[in-house]
Ligand binder design. Structure first.
Ligand code: ADP
Ligand code: ASP
Ligand code: MG
Length: 409
């Protein structure tokens, strides 16, 4: 069994010099226990947001290559500071950028995918007894251009390295004790989950629980990388994310989420005939716009409204394409609504239980929260509601499923 562990520290865990020293002490403690350690670090605090804000003052539409060039600097700062803190503690350590440790990605700037990791340099340094620190969130193309892996992408670096190095565990140190039944900042009596399946964490993350990057969970699931999400401020056991175990199915719902970053677009009065939906969604796909929920009503007059949701950041582009499509198919124009939120419940137990949707809808109805759209899958139900009622809805649903007390341990 490997004695190598990957430890990832998020932005809040290295937000100031004091916290960097605390992280260094934890790393040193594990090293002294005899583990080989590879550390992945995010940019300090909100530095990535600050860098993006800086760029916005220069350009509303910067080249994505330059965006990556800029954003990747954040992690270069934190690796150097953390390495120096570990050095102060008297241990041997070396820091690297993503490019230096051969994290090769495709060319999709700002959302690049890792193609390969050449871990020779890491192995070499580990063999010398050093602690290796790697900048999260970044890689390099075969043409030597710097790329980033999407927001929250240090999780991806950590999971991908854990896989490549066959680590015993990938520890994700953050500012909460683990994965909770809902965002503990919104729901005060949210409970920490001891265990969770990859599939559930993937859904929770895709639906708005930012504690793990969704894409990193796809990789963890595919390669069975054991994940431990835990606090960087305490020594408490956190949440283990692993393959589904039988007991997990006994629990109806594991978590409730809200995503406030989507927008609803409606193409009005489109002809109700075969091929129209295919045309509309092919055009949107060509522009690489991801569609989430889709709703189309029956038509009484030969024309119908078609609504769908997209990421808020894709709204402008979506409207341009939709206007064009609407004209092309003889529609009556396009409307949009940014004032929406998607609230969801997730749980693998839903596969074998009935009544989950009814319970969720009843909870929303109890306070007169109107549902605009609904979508379901085997392990989740999502409803689109007004954005300003999102937090209230999460609390109501959390309570309706008894997640606060006496629920899953
Ligand atoms: P880091 O900087 O360590 O990467 P993030 O800010 O990305 O941390 O993720 C941690 C935050 O995720 C928490 O502070 C918490 O508010 C939020 N969060 C949202 N949903 C959940 C959830 N279900 N369980 C735990 N944390 C959640
Ligand atoms: N610093 C990057 C971000 O803010 C990556 C990360 O924190 O995981 O998105
Ligand atoms: Mg994060």
């Amino acid at each position: 069994m490997s004695n190598l562990i990957v430890q990832k520290f998020g932005g809040s865990s290295v937000a100031n010099p004091q916290r960097i020293k605390v992280a260094a002490r934890r790393i040193a403690k594990y090293k002294k226990k005899g583990y080989q350690i590879v550390v992945v670090v995010s940019a300090i605090g909100d530095q990535t947001d600050e860098l993006i804000g800086l760029m916005e003052q220069i350009s509303k539409n910067p080249p994505s290559r330059e965006m990556d060039m800029l954003m990747a600097t954040g992690e270069q700062v934190s690796v150097a500071l953390l390495a120096a803190a570990i050095h102060e503690a008297g241990l041997e350590v070396i820091s690297f950028t993503g490019a230096q440790v051969g994290i090769i990605t495709d060319k999709s700037h700002t959302k690049a995918r890792i193609l390969d990791i050449n871990a020779d340099r890491i192995h070499e340094e580990l063999k010398k007894g050093k602690i290796v620190i790697v900048a999260g969130f970044q890689g390099v193309t075969l043409d030597q251009d710097i790329t980033t892996l999407g927001r929250g992408g240090s999780d991806m670096t950590a999971v991908a390295l854990a896989k490549a190095l066959k680590a015993k565990v990938c520890e994700i140190y953050t500012d909460v004790d683990g994965v909770y039944t809902a965002d503990p900042r919104i729901v005060k009596d949210a409970r920490k989950l001891d265990g969770l399946s990859y599939e559930e964490m993937l859904e929770l993350a895709s639906l708005g629980a930012q504690v793990m990057q969704a894409r990193s969970m796809e990789v963890a699931k595919k390669f069975n990388v054991p994940i431990h999400v835990r606090s960087s401020f305490t020594n408490k056991q956190g949440t283990i994310i692993s393959k589904e175990v039988k007991a997990m199915e006994d629990v109806l719902v594991s978590g409730v989420t809200a995503n406030k970053n989507e927008a609803k677009v409606t193409i009005c009065g489109v002809p109700d005939k075969p091929g129209i939906a295919a045309k509309i969604f092919s055009e949107l796909a060509k522009e690489e716009i991801n569609i989430d929920m889709i709703i189309q009503n029956i038509s009484r007059t030969g024309a119908t409204d078609l609504s769908f949701t997209v990421m808020g950041t894709d709204l402008k582009r979506t409207l341009v394409v939709s206007e064009k499509i609407s004209k092309g198919v003889g529609g009556e124009g396009v409307t949009y609504d940014k004032d929406i939120a998607k609230v969801s419940v997730v749980g693998i137990g839903m596969r074998s239980h009935v009544g989950v949707a009814a319970k969720m809808f009843t909870a929303l109805a109890s306070r007169g929260i109107n549902i605009g759209m609904i979508s379901t899958s085997e392990i989740k139900i999502s409803c689109v509601i007004k954005k300003k009622r999102a937090d209230e809805a999460v609390k109501l649903i959390h309570k309706a499923f008894g997640l606060g007390k006496g629920g899953r341990k």
